[in-house]
Design a protein around this ligand. Structure first.
Ligand SMILES: [Mg+2]
Length: 93
C-alpha cells in the first residue's frame, strides 16, 4: 500500500472511531448522505478559509481532520454501491 493511501486510511479511521457513538449511518439513504457530503465540504472550506493556517499546527490538524471527515462521508456513499460492503454493518467495515 502506498504511504499516502495508508495515511488517508488512518486519518479516516480516526474520524470513524470518534463518531462511533453517533447513530448508524448504514441505513441512511443516498440523498441524506449527499447532503452530509455537502455539509462536510463546507466545513473544509471554513477550516481552510477562516484562519492563518500555514505554520499553525492546530489549524493544520483541524484542516486534516475536516478533510478526513469529508472523505469518510464520501466513502459511506461509496459503500452503498460496492457489493463487498453494502450489506455489512458498522464494525465490520
Ligand atoms: Mg466535518
Amino acid at each position: 500500500m502506498r504511504l499516502f493511501s495508508k495515511w488517508c486510511a488512518e486519518e479516516i479511521e480516526k474520524v470513524c472511531s470518534r463518531n462511533d457513538h453517533k447513530p448508524a449511518w448504514e441505513n441512511q439513504n443516498i440523498l441524506t448522505i449527499l447532503d452530509k457530503i455537502h455539509e462536510e465540504y463546507l466545513e473544509v472550506l471554513d477550516a481552510v478559509g477562516s484562519c492563518e493556517y500555514w505554520g499553525n499546527e492546530d489549524a493544520e490538524k483541524h484542516i486534516v481532520w475536516e478533510c478526513a471527515d469529508l472523505a469518510a462521508t464520501a466513502m459511506m456513499l461509496a459503500s452503498k454501491f460496492d457489493n463487498k460492503t453494502k450489506n455489512l454493518r458498522r464494525g465490520n467495515l
